[in-house]
Design a protein around this ligand. Structure first.
Ligand code: ADP
Ligand code: MG
Length: 248
């Protein structure tokens, strides 16, 4: 069971951003996708989820053997794909509780009863150390960066996806919030979930251990490896890979 990305070329507003990405994401494994700003990380996340702004010029995406390249975002969600946004939207007037129950109900054919849902929600919020008062707060309205990211992971824990793409879930978090969010993600890891952690910095990888790391630069994967690659990055920055990539 895997999410297969095959030679994906993607343009935004007529400009080619992803220039041939191939990746295989297996269930039960954690991947880190790293790269400097503007390398195309969020573009990949958006195109995997089916954001219509991003145009697939060529290539394909398969989810557990099914071609999902042309499916709508909600169809992909129903098949078990989940994206945590780099910049989560604020929706005033919609409570977290209502939003998440609607999201869960739209994923499956059987509807969950309100009380039963509240029980699950409270339990999941507890795991993420979120105060119960958040249940009735409007989605992300006035939330701090850390609270928004926690809410994204709460959404993931409720939806129980098979494949999750977490776009810079670590950005803007202080050390304490990063620990809580990382622990929350670690609790969700297991044999039925494949995760791509998108990050600019290696810090979150001190808390969440990836099986494999990919480096994206200028719309291409220029390096991949295990944790030694992070040490090199830490010491030498992304320029080092740029030089290696252009020399080979
Ligand atoms: P990253 O997430 O790695 O920082 P992005 O995928 O956000 O990179 O951006 C890659 C490139 O694509 C950048 O040059 C950016 O300006 C461009 N781009 C991304 N999204 C859009 C968009 N919605 N409209 C126009 N350009 C975009
Ligand atoms: Mg980004």
């Amino acid at each position: 069971m895997s999410l297969e990305i095959k030679d994906l070329h993607v343009s935004v507003d007529g400009e080619l951003i992803l220039k041939g990405i191939s990746l295989s994401v297996e269930k039960g494994k954690v991947y880190a996708l790293m790269g400097p700003n503007g390398s195309g990380k969020s573009t990949l996340a958006n195109v995997l989820m089916g954001n219509p702004k991003y145009k697939i010029e060529s290539g394909s995406i398969f989810l557990d053997g099914k071609d999902i390249t042309k499916l709508k975002p909600h169809e992909r969600a129903r098949l078990g794909l989940f994206l945590s946004f780099q910049y989560p939207n604020e929706i005033s007037g919609v409570t977290i509780s209502n939003f998440l129950r609607t999201a869960l109900n739209s994923k499956s054919d059987k509807k969950i009863a309100v009380l039963e849902f509240h029980k699950i929600l409270k339990e999941k919020m507890g795991l993420l150390k979120m105060d119960k008062s958040f249940m009735t707060r409007y989605l992300n309205d006035g939330f701090s960066g850390g609270e928004k990211k926690r809410t994204e992971i709460l959404q993931m824990s409720i939806l129980e996806p098979n494949y999750a793409i977490l776009d810079e879930t670590d950005s803007g978090l202080d050390v304490d919030a990063l620990k809580v969010v990382s622990e929350g993600i670690n609790q969700l890891l297991g044999p039925t979930l494949g995760v791509i952690i998108i990050t600019h910095y290696q810090k979150i990888l001190n808390y969440i251990k990836p099986d494999k790391i990919f480096i994206l630069m200028d719309g291409k994967i220029v390096a991949s490896g295990e944790k030694d690659i992070i040490n090199d990055l830490e010491e030498k920055g992304y320029d080092w890979i740029k030089e290696e990539a252009s020399a080979s």
